[in-house]
Design a protein around this ligand. Sequence first.
Ligand code: AHR
Length: 495
Amino acid sequence: MTTAPDATIEVSPARAQIEYSRHLFGHFIEHFHRQVYGGIFEPGSPLADARGFRQDVLEALRELKVPNVRWPGGCFVSTYDWVHGIGPDRKPTFDPAWRVNDPNTFGTDEFIAWCEALGADPYICTNAGTGTPREMSEWLEYTNRPTGSRWADLRAEHGHPTPYGVPFWSIGNENYGDWELGAKTGAEWAAFVTESAKLMLRVDPDVKLLAAAFEDKDWILPLLEQAGRYLSYISIHGYWDKLHEVNRPTDYLGAMSKTLGPESQIALVRAMIEVSGQSHIKIAFDEWNLRGWHHPVGNTPEAIQARDLNDDNSTYTMADAIFSAAFLNSCLRNSDKVSMANLAPTVNTRGPLFVHETGVVRRTTFHVMQMYANLLGPRVIDSAVQSVPLDTGHGEVPLVDAVATGDDEGNIVLALVNKSADEAASVRVRVDGVALSGTYGATVLRGDNPDAFNDVENPDAVTPETTTVQFTDGTIQLPPHSITICTAPKASFAS
Ligand code: AHR
């Protein structure tokens, strides 16, 4: 008698196929610690070009086919005066959000030039803390309007006569939280977003507007009922291992216990959008990371110095990779509603790419982003996944997480995640009832143990393996703590 597989996947190409947005593989960078200064931007470095852009960083990030980058914050933006970051005479300003001085040498023009070098759409998050709708609209005029008006002419004076056409603009960042400078009540927020959006759309009616939100009906419903008609997305954030005050990263199974968080958050927000009647609104998970950034409160040198702990590469293990793959699968499963997700951040802090003086380290999550952005088909295929539970010690989660995508040739590309720390998982896959059989090309990320990581001295301890996988009577064996992306040729299941 054959033993039942740990998981089954019934893929139904004949049913729904949804073309998901490439913006699910987006990124976020903030003026925090060494993300911008000493990360992507390091004038004087032998690895930087004349503009100060680290070329090794750009080269690595190009491997991720980054569709958009959100900037400049995050909490930073809630007191940011964008005018300080343009023109020939940049003066440092004190940043009350992160209690350090910002040199302002990397501002709007540098950010847009950097996005162009990367091949990504710029996404600007505006200051809805101390800022005003007028300041937002003038920022938009500076970037997007043709010359002939004050701010667009100033852009031309700075050497950029052609409008930049920045497509994505968010009104505010987490203005619902007391930690945010310029926080607002739900009622204040709905009115503020409405007036900001009206003004910005007068400046450029073609921009896609987002607004800060979170899974609370008393915040989302007034926002959508009052401002929904002007918005394309609402923005939500998620950090599930909260390390802001105490830097004690959870272990592998602790991370696995958090893998259902994103999808339950999405389900809540979906339901609230439905109730609002604003069904055109999409979800942008425009800050996400398993690990919250470490930045204890206070202005003391010790509190500021503690941010260096984010740079400990041993922190980013297969736990981060498996969580990130499960997160992306959650977004793909909900890609009829989730149209953007931005990994927070893209460089240093908890990001997939660690930048040091003489080079970069591709952390485990870098390889997940690279595999998902390069190997999946462009459409999510309707599939039913059943899995035995994994007991994480902090509750049960499905052992196997899976998504099926389709490519233009009718092949099926599967993203299969085994969350077990120490055991292989058997998965039976059927496509329109036909059990997959055969040897297929695959890429597998696993590391040699669940706590494996990459570092400066050992940058390739965890790298994707190009290999083949064997389906026997529909069943494949997934290695422990692994992510497998494999392609089932159309001929193998279509009669
Ligand atoms: O920890 C970083 C912060 O997390 C971002 O600045 C903010 O948007 C979120 O609360």
